[in-house]
Write a protein that binds this ligand. Sequence first.
Ligand SMILES: NC(=O)c1ccc[n+]([C@@H]2O[C@H](COP(=O)([O-])OP(=O)(O)OC[C@H]3O[C@@H](n4cnc5c(N)ncnc54)[C@H](O)[C@@H]3O)[C@@H](O)[C@H]2O)c1
Length: 235
Amino acid sequence: MLVDINEELLEETSKKIEEEYNQEVVPVVCDVSNSKQVKKMADQAFKEIDNVYILVNNAGIAANYGNDLLAIDEETYDTIMDVNLKGQWLVAKFVCQKMKSQKFEPLAGKVICTASIAGIVADGAICVYSISKAGVIALMQCLARNLAPKITVNAISPGYHVTGIYEDSEEVMRFTMEEGHVKTPLNRLGTVLDIANVAVFLASTDSNFITGHNFPVDGGIVEVGVPAHYLKTDV
Ligand SMILES: NC(=O)c1ccc[n+]([C@@H]2O[C@H](COP(=O)([O-])OP(=O)(O)OC[C@H]3O[C@@H](n4cnc5c(N)ncnc54)[C@H](O)[C@@H]3O)[C@@H](O)[C@H]2O)c1
């Protein structure tokens, strides 16, 4: 089941998966920040696909609102927090209640949250986004404690990956990185596959003994922690 607020993108991606992988997809339009819609989506999931073994909490937005935290208007703050943080809580709330009682062994299910390296080291250029993603990391740890031993909960924290959030443009991404004086120790931009590979690992039985962890996938930006001007890299 694929869930997104954007019906057009949802149909396009569903079709792509069906064609490329011969895998039936149930597309559902839902605003993850709206509890009524999330409840309806979760009910539909358990009705139409029998069980939910893997939940990937991935929806997120990064609006352009300037870097002065004190000047950001309340509506912008609420929208970002509602989608990025409350959304992941709402989806977990309505899906994991039922996931917990599934009779699979040794685990009843798995949850993968999408945080960000901006939630590990706050990025002053995207303050509210950073606050929301730091919240996602705490939410993931709380869920991991609450849902053990039946469900594992982990997070992936992407670095800089060319996707819709960067208008699918390498140029926009490079500009953003230059503005923030960001350099990548592994000297390349992130790809969607870099994230998908870790998600597949977290969804597989190979990760059954891991819960409550946040996995930065960022070419070393956060963990290596070297000031950008020390790195002899182009990216
Ligand atoms: N691309 C990066 O470099 C990067 C870095 C750090 C974290 N992330 C995180 O990765 C996740 C995926 O983002 P992406 O980079 O693929 O961007 P994206 O814009 O391509 O994907 C985000 C998706 O979320 C959907 N969405 C937005 N608001 C929604 C709502 N209210 N309800 C349901 N769906 C909604 C959008 O329609 C879109 O399809 C996000 O949580 C983002 O914060 C991305």
